[in-house]
Each structure stands twice: as C-alpha cells, then as structure tokens.
Design a protein around this ligand. Structure first.
Ligand SMILES: Nc1nc2c(ncn2[C@@H]2O[C@H](COP(=O)(O)OP(=O)(O)OP(=O)(O)O)[C@@H](O)[C@H]2O)c(=O)[nH]1
Ligand SMILES: [Mg+2]
Length: 437
C-alpha cells in the first residue's frame, strides 16, 4: 500500500516537473510544484497569542519542545520534524534543512527567514507527521500588527502546503483578534476543508454557563468571517493530562473531542494522500483549462493577424499599382519610386492597423472568457461532469482573462497537442492514486 502511494507521489512529482516549463508559458502557477515522494505529512497550528499552540505541540510530542508562557512567546514559525540527532537550526540555514516542498518559503525574504526555526527531535510521532508552530496573532494599538514580512502570505503558503490546519481559540479571546479575523477571511479561503477549529483550554471554564457563552461567541465570530455555508465543527479540547475541571464541570465530552483530535493527528498520512491528490487534480485541471482558453485566444488572434495582413498587403499592392500606372507617362523611374513609396506607406499603415485591431480583439476575447469556456467545454457541461470543472474555472478565471488581455504570449507549437499530453499524464497520476486507495 505504502509502495503504491509512493508510486502515486513520484508520478505526481514527475508530472509537475515535466509540465513546469509549460505552465510558465501560460503564466500558470502550480499550488504545489514539488511533491516529495514518501514525504511526511504536515500540520500547522495557528491561533491567537496564548491560545495554547505551543502547549498543544508539547503535549502531542510528550513535552519539552516549545517554550510556553502567558506573554506572547513565539515570534516566528517553528517546524518540528523527525531526526535521529536532535538539533535546532535558525534563520536562512533552516530552509536548507527542510524538504524541497518548503522551498517556496524562500520567496518571503530575509526578514521572514530570520524568524524561521527548524527543530529536529527524535520523537515517535514525528516519524509520521511534521508539526508547525506559529507566532500568535495579536492586535497592536494601531489596530493591526506591523510585521516586517508578509505574515498573511506565509500563512497562506503554509496552509496550502500542510495537510491539516488547526486554528486554536481560547476562552479569553474567542476569535476577536483582528489579525485572526483577517487570516480567516483572506488566507484560509479555499483550504477550509483542511481547517479544524479547536476551542482550547476547556478545562478552564468556571461553569457550564461560562462555556455556553464562549462557544456562542466563537460561532458568532466565525460566521462573520468564514465563507462556508455551514459552520465548521468546533472541537472543544484542552492540552495536557486528563484532569478535573477547575470550575467543576464535567470534562468527559471534551475528552471525547480530544480523542477525535488525536485520531486525526495519527491519521495524518491518509490526509497527505488526499491532499496531494486534490491539489494535483486542481493544478492539472487548472492548467489544462488555462491552456485551452489561451490557445483558443491565440488561434483567434493569429487568424485575425493573417486576415488583416493579407488585406493590408492587397490594398498596398493595389495602391502601388495604381500610383505606378498613373505616373508612368512622366517616366518609368519616377513611377517605380512612387509605387514603392505607396506600397511602403500602405504596409506601415497596415502594420499599425493590425496592432490596433489585435489590441482591441484581445480585450474583446478577455471580456468574453465565460462564453468561450462554455463553448469549449459544452460537452462536459452537457453530460453533467462539470462541478469540478466550474470550480477550477472560477479559481483561474480572472487571471486567465488578464493573461489574454495583456501578457506577451510565447506559446509552444502544437499547444493543443501539449494539452492532450498533460491530460493523459494527469489521468495516469489519478489512476495510480485510485489503485493505491
Ligand atoms: N488551563 C489551560 N491552560 C493552558 C492550556 N494550554 C495552554 N495553557 C496555558 O496558556 C498559556 C499560553 O500557552 P502557550 O502554549 O504558550 O500559547 P501559544 O499559543 O503558544 O502562545 P504564543 O506563542 O505567545 O502565541 C500558558 O500559560 C499555558 O500554560 C490548556 O489546555 N488549559
Ligand atoms: Mg507559542
């Protein structure tokens, strides 16, 4: 089974490597350009400052890995991974210690890399999952925190890379922090399926009433920022050994949620499979649609150019012939020079005219992308296999219109043939996933 999954991952990786250059030509960005075959799944812990992220990580690993405290403790991201020899690597060197999948983090610059730390620990759980602890989200007096790097970008990138994202809230500040609201609404949209909300420190409730009020507030705040129809499941948990609640409320239901949470953490490899699969599906389908749309636009533009150039050439030749004939009685040299001038003028004007018409045509094609999409995919839409297709199209629609409108196009010869190659390589990747399931 594991071998089959590794086959699936290495096939996916080969397909990403093979079509990477093609994707660039179509200005298409893969969400997960590198799949480390047999790689370890990742879990990201996000949340307000002091919501208990580091304590949760410590609890999962049996203690003593992360610092915990009431004041804001972590100011950077810590990747905790398995290794026989325990070591801590900070700053730019940390990125070299991570699997290739993390290479995209380099783009977030030196300020971010200064705040990246890798802890290699010899703990059993880490053989099957890598944990990422994050800095707590806080509001400064001005309303938002000024971080010297693109915090939202990093969160988005890691959320796309990770196989599970846990968002921790604590009873003191149940989701009211401005930065966490922003992260929810901007960085986690599209990855909601990986998101699990944990209402942490449930052992600290003083009464059932206290719990009900906090739970209500969490739901109220989440409803305003999440773009899903239904409220996600909220797991009420606490970290550390099972204990009696300080307020005397029964913790047995919270213990049940803790068990579920632990099951999810231990089931991480299955999540990674699903995740790589769904990302590859959306990446390859997205590229295929992008190619189809841009190829269509490029064919239309090419046909336009040929038609316009032929038209201008005919007009220029006619003008040259007319001038030559009109001036022939005054001498054949003069008539020939005038004819050549007339032809050159006609061709120059024609060249400007072609550019203008192509420019207008590109705008027209960009505005009509939805109609073109419906036309190109009408058979899939007609047989009702269009749900994935529509979703993939909506995700790349605006960018595709922008590419058609403005980008310099350097498309490969036989674009449609390359697209068919992509589709069949993607089909092989998906078939190998299904064999492994
Ligand atoms: N009662 C209770 N307290 C907890 C629990 N988890 C964490 N705490 C306490 O909450 C405080 C903050 O915990 P941390 O784990 O440092 O929180 P954090 O989210 O990592 O904080 P930052 O790194 O600053 O963002 C510490 O004093 C912990 O002892 C819990 O499950 N129950
Ligand atoms: Mg912490």
């Amino acid at each position: 089974m594991e071998q089959k999954m590794n086959d699936f991952e290495s096939l996916a990786q080969k397909a990403y490597a093979r079509f990477g250059e093609l994707a660039k030509r179509y200005y298409y960005k893969f969400k997960r350009p590198v799949v480390t075959s047999g790689g370890v799944p990742c879990m990201l812990f996000l949340g307000n400052h002091s919501s208990g992220k580091s304590s949760m990580v410590n609890w999962l690993l049996g203690g003593g890995v992360q610092d915990v405290g009431l004041a804001p403790t972590d100011d950077g991201f810590t990747v905790i991974m398995h290794g026989e020899t325990e070591e801590d690597v900070c700053g730019p060197a940390a990125i070299a210690r991570l699997p290739e999948e993390f290479d995209g983090l380099k783009l977030f610059g030196a300020d971010f890399l200064q705040r990246l730390r890798v802890k290699v620990r010899n703990r059993d759980l880490l053989r099957s999952v890598t944990l990422i602890d994050s800095p707590g989200m806080i509001d400064s007096a001005a309303g938002t925190v000024n971080r010297s790097y693109d915090f939202e970008g990093v969160v988005r990138h890691l959320a796309e890379l990770c196989d599970m994202v846990f968002f921790l809230l604590d009873p003191d500040k149940p989701g009211t922090t401005g930065e966490s609201v922003t992260v929810f609404s901007r960085c986690l949209s599209g990855v909601e399926f990986k998101l699990r909300v944990l209402l942490n420190k449930c052992d600290a409730f003083s009464s059932l009433y206290d719990f009900a009020r906090t739970y209500g507030t969490v739901c109220w705040n989440l409803a305003r920022v999440l773009h899903t129809k239904d409220l996600p499941k909220i797991w009420t948990v606490y970290s550390g050994e099972q204990r009696e609640a300080t307020g005397g409320i029964d913790l047995s239901d919270f213990n049940r949620h803790r068990e579920e949470f632990l099951d999810v953490v231990h089931d991480a490899p299955a999540r990674r499979r699903d995740n790589v699969f769904s990302q590859a599906l959306s990446d390859f389908l997205g590229l295929s649609i992008r190619m189809c749309m841009v190829n269509h636009a490029s064919r239309r533009l090419c046909a336009f150019r040929i038609a316009m150039l032929s038209f201008c050439a005919v007009i220029s030749l006619a003008a040259a012939a007319f001038t030559w004939q009109a001036l022939l009685p005054r001498g054949s040299v003069l008539a020939t020079i005038a004819g050549i001038l007339a032809a050159s003028l006609g061709l120059t004007l024609g060249w400007f005219l072609v550019r203008l018409v192509v420019y207008l045509q590109r705008h027209r094609l960009a505005d009509a992308v939805d109609a073109t999409f419906a036309d190109e995919y009408r058979s899939s839409i007609a047989v009702g296999t269009s749900d994935n297709l529509r979703q993939a199209w909506n995700a790349i629609r605006d960018e595709t219109a922008q590419v058609i409108r403005e980008a310099p196009l350097r498309l490969p010869f036989f674009g449609e043939f390359r697209r068919r190659q992509l589709d069949s390589a993607a089909a092989k990747v998906f078939a190998s996933f299904q064999k492994g399931v």
